[in-house]
Ligand binder design. Structure first.
Ligand code: ZN
Ligand code: ZN
Length: 775
């Protein structure tokens, strides 16, 4: 673009890509220079983002022509932004399907506007020699394109073709390669899928498991081999038209699906979808299905050859991150897949597919997983310092954030932090970044929870780099993140932060998750929370909503009739004695969702995080679909004291409605509505204009819709924008908290004190013991 413009204006000089961005040197009069500068900014390519630009006069140099310098001297600080991977563009797709084109059916066709970036980059700036395209040398025809300014592939770092490029190969077992002829492999893929086989296919960010989405037997087989009994799978359609045919699709959802990020978008199936999809096997108990269209030419060929929707899910061994190395794929994936399809371009940085949804009634876009196509670009925040700050995030939805040379990078979702493999991937990605930017952190921030891998690793790195480790409370980090994303940090008026999630260590040593904070003049104060209830049996509580129900209603006398039948006599007695001697309490709204789901009899044990809450939401959606966003009352009585949130009153109200035979979908909806009303009363009591929302609970699109429906116009309602409301945003929030020197007003615990020394900054071993059993 710059080259073309310079030629057009007849300017002499050169342009080069350095690790601090694009640098252009040229001879011009002041008028010409200004015109060139403005034209560059205006004409910036569609997929580029201009963060800053300046025009300066430098010492005299004379140029005779305009040229592109391939390698910079790289003496400057590395601060160039990394581009996410870009979905295959329409021009390349047209060529892919054109029998007269020389790249007809070449599964790795790309141009300057599309193709992998972040997943193949070994160093900055982004140039071929710094990527895993380095292993492929261009044939003469490709070279001509690469050097021809008029060509779409001029300077395209991923340029390759059938003659000089990447090759597919098909394996039936690790030692048996059936073919490495690309066209033979492609037709075998089609046949094997038709025969009902499960294939692991190397995509952009890692291996993806693929099978017929209308074949219940193969889907069940995939579930049993993957040890994934109910968690929904995403489906891959060949193009936007077939998606539109089978799903309700609004404009926003269409834009997301067709964007360069090409994420999975949750959509409501139309009747027609049921003819071509085994809907209840794909997303048991849920209303929405995750849908995507091909983001790379290989998947485009596979989906269009097969002609019907396919299951497409990350290939991993339960709980571990996506597999992206060929040797791992061949070693491990034959336990799940019948065949493995690989290719000879290496993936450097593994990524899952990103997942988003648009809420049904108020069209709020909610990021559920930020990964391929979005990470690591992040432009909504400019740090004040040039310090290198590393923030290591939380646990179950791990990510890290790096502030380096005045830019912010938020990593992709890095797995659950539970498995050794997830921890390895976290280390691998972080070390890769520190290498790429040739930096070492000046300070590290981490969660207060001593049992989190991210905290332990932060401590290890702080020792290694001899820098300070600063701890930031989990929910305060959430709040800081949503404040920063909405540009509210400078506000001096009070702002309410509603921060609800499953679990996070509080400043008083208890497990928080149902918090109301106030932000004012750079200070965060916890002003209210759900009344705490005992948390027992460690991580079993998160897995078994029936235990959450028992705990959340521990002081409600009506409970025994409803709950007893869910337990054996021994279990009941055991859990009861644990409750009586409980030392750890929680205000978690996530656990309250679980508890209500169990009380309503829809989920007593869950097999994936958020399962019970999603079923509860689905029930409430049924009610709202018939009755609208209207409800006859809240479980929190009008005029109830505002200085505490009575969890027991909520549980008692629900139990009474169950006793009285109210419909479950009514109760589920009334529960949602009660939460909405609660937020309103607290906001009114505080007299705020701004309300911020963060935490995994706000992945619930119905809750978000109801909040917006009731309060839009009355309050500025601030949700996350580029980041997910779940714990993926914690690393960014930790960085914001530290960078803005936010302070916390000390909290006086209103709950029964537990017997540990609660100040987790001191990291007492006894706290650690308790929490190890909780996470
Ligand atoms: Zn392209
Ligand atoms: Zn070639």
């Amino acid at each position: 673009m710059v080259y073309h413009l310079a030629k057009e204006l007849n300017l002499k000089g050169y342009v080069k890509n350095d690790s601090n961005g694009v640098n252009i040197f040229f001879n011009a009069t002041e008028g010409e220079a200004n015109l060139f500068f403005e034209k560059i900014k205006l004409g910036a390519p569609l997929r580029s983002k201009v963060i800053s630009a300046r025009l300066v006069k430098i010492a005299d140099q004379r140029f005779t022509d305009f040229s592109i310098v391939v390698k910079g001297d790289d003496m400057c600080q590395k601060q160039v932004l990394l581009s996410p991977d870009l979905a295959v563009c329409p021009d390349c797709l047209a060529e892919l399907h054109d029998p007269n084109n020389r790249r007809y059916r070449y599964p790795f066709i790309t141009c300057t506007r599309c193709g992998p970036r972040y997943s193949i980059i070994g160093n900055v700036p982004y140039e071929r020699h710094a990527t895993t395209m380095h292993d492929f040398s261009m044939c003469n025809t490709c070279k001509v394109e690469y050097t021809n300014v008029a060509d779409r592939r001029f300077f395209s770092q991923t340029n390759s073709c059938t003659d000089c490029g990447i090759r597919l190969s098909l394996y039936r077992e690790a030692s048996t390669m059936l073919s490495n002829n690309t066209e033979t492999v492609l037709s075998a893929i089609k046949n094997l899928l038709t025969e009902g086989k499960i294939l692991a296919i190397k995509g952009i960010g890692g291996y993806i498991l693929v099978c017929d989405a209308n074949n219940v037997q193969v889907i069940q087989l995939l579930r049993s081999r993957k040890h994934r009994p109910t968690k929904p799978f995403a489906v891959l359609y060949s193009g936007i038209d077939s998606v539109e045919n089978s799903f309700e699709l609004n404009k926003q959802e269409k834009v997301l699906l067709e964007s360069t990020a090409a994420p999975v978008v949750l959509l409501y199936p139309k009747r027609t979808a049921f003819d071509e999809l085994a809907v209840s096997a794909i997303a048991p108990g849920l209303k929405r299905i995750g849908v995507m269209i091909p983001y790379n030419p290989l998947f485009d060929l596979i989906a269009s050859d097969f002609g019907k929707p396919l299951i497409a899910t990350s290939a991993n061994i339960s709980g571990s991150p996506i597999i992206y190395k060929d040797e791992d794929a061949l070693d491990y994936l034959f336990d799940i897949a019948d065949y493995v399809v690989t290719h000879n371009r290496e993936i450097v940085i593994p990524q899952d597919d990103s997942v988003l949804q648009v809420s049904k009634y108020t069209m709020q876009t909610i990021v559920l997983r930020r990964s391929r196509g979005y990470a690591p670009a992040f432009i909504r925040y400019k740090p004040k310092t040039n310090q290198c700050i590393l923030s290591t995030g939380a646990f179950l939805k791990s990510s890290f954030t790096l502030a380096v040379n005045g830019n912010i990078f938020v990593s992709q979702f890095l797995g659950s932090g539970e498995s050794f493999e997830s921890q390895l991937m976290y280390r691998h990605t972080l070390e890769h970044w520190l290498d790429m930017y040739a930096v070492k952190p000046d300070v590290i921030t981490a969660d207060k929870h001593p049992g989190y891998f991210s905290r332990q690793y932060a401590r290890e790195l702080a020792g290694k780099f001899e820098v300070d480790l600063k701890l930031v409370q989990h929910h305060e980090a959430h709040f800081a993140a949503v404040l920063a994303e909405n540009n509210l940090l400078h506000k001096s008026e009070p702002i309410l932060g509603v921060i609800w999630d499953g679990t996070g260590l509080g400043n008083d040593g208890n497990i928080w998750g149902g918090e109301f904070f106030q932000y004012e003049n750079n200070k965060i104060q916890r002003i209210n929370h759900f009344d705490c209830f005992p948390t027992i049996a460690g991580d079993k509580t998160a897995l078994e909503p029936r235990i959450a129900a028992l705990c959340a209603s521990y002081n409600v006398s009506e409970q025994s009739a409803l709950l007893k039948e869910k337990f054996s006599v021994t279990e009941w007695n055991n859990y009861y004695s644990l409750i009586k001697t409980a030392k750890l309490f929680t205000s978690s709204v996530g656990r309250i969702f679980d508890a209500v789901a169990s009380l309503l009899g829809i989920c007593d044990k869950q097999t994936y995080e958020g399962e019970a809450a999603m079923y509860l939401q689905t029930l409430a959606e049924d009610y709202v679909a018939e009755n609208g966003l209207i409800m006859d009352g809240s479980y929190f009585e009008e005029g109830a004291p505002l200085n505490r949130v009575p969890t027991d009153a909520l549980m008692r109200g629900i139990m009474m409605d169950i006793e009285n035979g109210k419909a479950t979908n009514y109760i589920a909806a009334k529960f949602h509505y009660s939460l909405v009303c609660l937020i309103g009363s607290i906001a009114m009591d505080m007299g705020v204009n701004y309300i911020c929302f963060s935490g995994g609970v706000f992945q619930n699109a119905l809750l978000v819709d109801w909040i917006k429906n009731k309060y839009a116009g009355k309050y500025h309602l601030c949700f996350h924008r580029e980041l997910s409301p779940n714990d993926e945003n914690i690393s960014f929030g930790q960085m914001v908290y530290y960078e803005n020197k936010i302070t916390t007003v000390p909290v006086v615990s209103t709950v029964k004190p537990n017997n540990s020394e609660a100040d987790s900054d001191n990291d007492p071993e006894n706290v650690k013991k308790i929490y190890d059993s909780v996470i």
